[in-house]
Design a protein around this ligand. Structure first.
Ligand code: AVI
Length: 326
């Protein structure tokens, strides 16, 4: 990313790298003191965790990414017609860039691209790639935690409307209350625009079980990276071989739940404090909610959006929604 070029604004940041480490330390200590023990899943995504997640996305069992990519490719022209020319695209979460490229390639004169992510290294690397490949696009990465309120830079001159892009069903990692709050904030961020959002659908639990318990063990490594990250960043001494990955479907709450289970009675040091685990004790690391199309549209409407078009694959695995904001 070259700041010297006049077509690119400086990187905007509401979170420094020091803040990221402090935030993780604070959340981990609070989560280890809680009963039951828990840690918010947003801390999965340091550079290692983000790279592991990219590998998960390519797994045969993890149907979410390939299904959403196919929907994006097939319906790109329809998104472009709904979004119209001269839009500014705000992406929640910086992925590999594959998904947003499909959108940017279809849009008429996209003016600016604002990826928002908590993982600064990953965000800046992926923004730099887009910046290099789209010379007419202004790229302004925003380092921020979008699960909390945050500010966006002023709308780029020449842009007619701002739209949000939230692929991957990351909205399913929020609690239903937090998803509603996120949608409520988003409806006010994009007046006259809207939000294109990917939502994983309720389905056969066996398909879900396979997707979160892959044969290659990548989801287990991704889950354990939380402890590895604590060892790297917070002088913790978690022994990764004494925890195992557990992912199961909760049919009442319609969600996959992920845990790290202590394989033995043990202690771990974290930032100068000691924490005990009994054998079999669970540290809750993630929820991944699955929704129905109607359920998600009702949630979006409660948040103030007008749900318009919805697309899904023939197997009804995954859905994309265009929500209009007035
Ligand atoms: C990012 N998010 C939508 C993923 C999911 O499926 O809930 C994270 C993930 N967890 C385990 N595998 C992938």
């Amino acid at each position: 990313m070259s700041d010297s070029s006049p077509r690119h604004a400086a990187i905007s940041s509401s979170l420094t790298q020091g803040d990221e480490a402090d935030d993780f330390a604070h959340a981990l200590l609070a989560g280890l003191n809680a009963v039951p023990k828990q840690i918010p899943c947003k801390y999965f995504y340091d550079a290692e965790g983000s790279a592991l997640f990219e590998q998960i996305c390519a797994l045969p069992e993890y149907y979410l990414t390939r299904t959403e990519l196919a929907l994006l490719a097939r319906h790109a022209g329809e998104f472009a017609a709904l979004i119209r020319a001269d839009a500014e695209v705000v992406e929640f979460g910086a992925g590999s860039g594959r998904k947003v490229r499909l959108l940017l390639d279809a849009l008429v004169r996209p003016r600016a691209y604002l990826p928002i992510d908590i993982s600064s290294d990953y965000l800046l690397a992926s923004a730099a790639q887009i910046d290099a490949d789209y010379p007419n696009l202004i790229v302004k990465p925003v380092i921020a935690d979008f699960s909390r309120p945050f500010a966006l830079p002023a709308v780029t001159p020449g842009a007619r409307r701002r739209i949000g892009f939230f692929p991957g069903s990351t909205i399913g990692n929020f609690t239903p209350e937090a998803a509603l709050q996120f949608l409520y904030n988003a409806a006010r961020l994009f007046p006259g625009g809207g939000l294109l959002v990917g939502v994983d659908l309720v389905k056969d639990p066996a398909v879900l079980h396979a997707a979160y318990n892959d044969a290659a063990g990548l989801t287990a490594a991704f889950n354990k990276n939380l402890l590895a990250r604590a060892d790297r960043e917070l002088a913790a001494d978690f022994d990764l071989s004494r925890f195992y990955h557990h992912a199961c479907f909760n049919p009442q709450l319609q969600r996959i739940e992920m845990y790290l289970i202590s394989a033995a009675r043990q202690r771990a040091w974290v930032a100068g404090r000691t924490f005990s685990f009994v054998e079999g004790e669970a540290l809750h690391t993630e929820n991944s909610h699955k929704m129905t199309i109607e359920g998600f549209r009702a949630l979006a409407a409660r948040a103030g959006f007008t749900p318009r078009a919805v697309w899904c694959d023939v197997e009804r695995l995954f859905s994309l929604h265009w929500l209009e904001a007035s």
